[in-house]
Design a protein around this ligand. Structure first.
Ligand code: NAP
Ligand code: ZN
Ligand code: ZN
Length: 347
């Protein structure tokens, strides 16, 4: 076994504390990755606090992992020692079902193996995430990191980046399309950069005007505060596509009204409560309400190549692991510009 240092929550809502544990020796197709950086996703907070239910402890969170390959199994063909690599939200899937065959492993019918807060395919070995020094992953679930993006600023692409890239591609954001991004946090800020690079007109809908200047620098064409009721009057019927990244429950009906004929709103934010939706708002302009979950391995690699080509990196605040609990508190206050990334050297 490989000895690993990390930080874990021992039970629901417990602060993260130092935790030592073991990873498996690399199997034939495994790579061992020395973790350099790991982004802090709001999902980590939902899961540490058991906000969605079903969490398993002790929990080492983290699914925006970048690092360097330090060892490979005998049958590994894609990677060699020294390669810069990444790991996102899942580390395995059934590999046989329809979605897996189509490269949409995140929608695996048997359930993907989440990077942490889940179990390996054996159903009993707990998975542990990237707030740690090393991880062992099957090479088919490892991403190749672009050379021109530093590993710390690239880490959040592995979850936040793909979560926005996938629906923006699927719903064809591009020239002539009006895209609205609701919530300018980790997901939202990268959504602005990707939408802009795709050639769409991009508007940020944020709960106050505090992030207006930042949004323009990130590439937003327009910015509105949702605390101002006039915003909803001004933008009625305006957008072709709205991506909602907000982590708490908001009035979806107010946002559906901002879609044009045949417009779509895609939920990527995963609040802990449910909200109701009015049929008239959907039917009245043949609108679509959809959801989207991260992206498959192939699409994640496409996203990394796209970001490399367009020089898209995340705006981050690099922190030592000892500041993780404080970072969680700041994220809950929307006080992050725009992603905390843990420097694994501090472990
Ligand atoms: P984050 O950095 O905390 O950003 C969320 C943003 O939502 C905040 O910055 C804030 O933006 C806005 N917001 C938060 N609370 C609000 C409230 N009560 N009312 C109005 N706006 C509020 O979080 P994140 O890491 O981007 O994640 C966002 C959500 O996406 C989480 O629920 C996470 O679990 C989920 N997620 C889903 C996927 C997926 O595959 N679907 C992947 C990753 C994460 P403003 O300050 O601009 O208003
Ligand atoms: Zn995430
Ligand atoms: Zn499957």
């Amino acid at each position: 076994m490989i000895q690993v240092k990390g930080y874990a929550a021992q039970k629901a809502s417990a602060p993260l504390e130092p935790y030592s544990f073991q990873r498996r020796q690399p199997g034939e197709h495994d790579v061992v990755i020395d973790i350099k950086y790991c982004g802090i996703c709001h999902t980590d907070i939902h899961q540490v606090t058991d906000g969605w239910g079903g969490s398993v402890y002790p929990m080492v969170p983290g699914h925006e992992i970048t690092g360097v390959v330090s060892q490979i199994g005998p049958k590994v063909i894609r990677y060699k020692v020294g390669d810069k690599v990444g790991v996102g939200c899942f580390v395995d899937s059934c590999r046989k079902c329809g979605p897996c065959q189509r490269g949409l492993e995140q929608y695996c019918q048997e359930g993907m193996t989440t990077t942490y807060n889940g179990f390996e395919r054996d159903g009993k070995t707990q998975t542990q995430g990237g707030y740690s020094t090393k991880i062992v992953v099957d090479e088919n679930y490892v991403l190749k990191m672009p050379e021109n993006i530093p590993l710390d600023r690239a880490a959040p692409l592995l979850c936040a980046g793909i979560t926005l890239y996938s629906p923006l591609s699927h719903w064809k954001a591009g020239p002539g399309k009006k895209v609205g991004i609701v919530g300018l946090g980790g997901l939202g800020h990268i959504g602005v950069k990707i939408s802009h690079a795709l050639g769409a007109e991009v508007t940020v809908l944020s709960h106050s005007l505090a992030k207006q200047d930042d949004a323009k620098k990130l590439g937003a064409d327009k910015f509105y505060a949702t605390s101002d009721p006039q915003t909803f009057a001004n933008l009625k019927g305006y957008f072709d596509l709205i991506i909602n990244t907000v982590s708490s429950g908001i009035d979806l009906n107010a946002y559906l009204d901002l879609l044009t004929l045949d417009g779509a709103m895609v939920l990527v934010g995963m609040p802990e409560t449910e909200t109701s939706v009015g049929a008239f708002l959907l039917a009245g302009a043949r609108r679509t309400l959809a959801g989207s979950l991260i992206g498959g391995i192939r699409e994640t690699q496409d996203m990394l190549d796209f970001c490399s080509k367009h020089n898209i990196a995340c705006d981050i605040e690099l922190i030592p692991i000892q500041k993780v609990n404080e970072a969680y508190k700041r994220i809950l206050k929307s006080d992050v510009r725009y992603r905390f990334v843990i420097d694994a050297n501090s472990l």
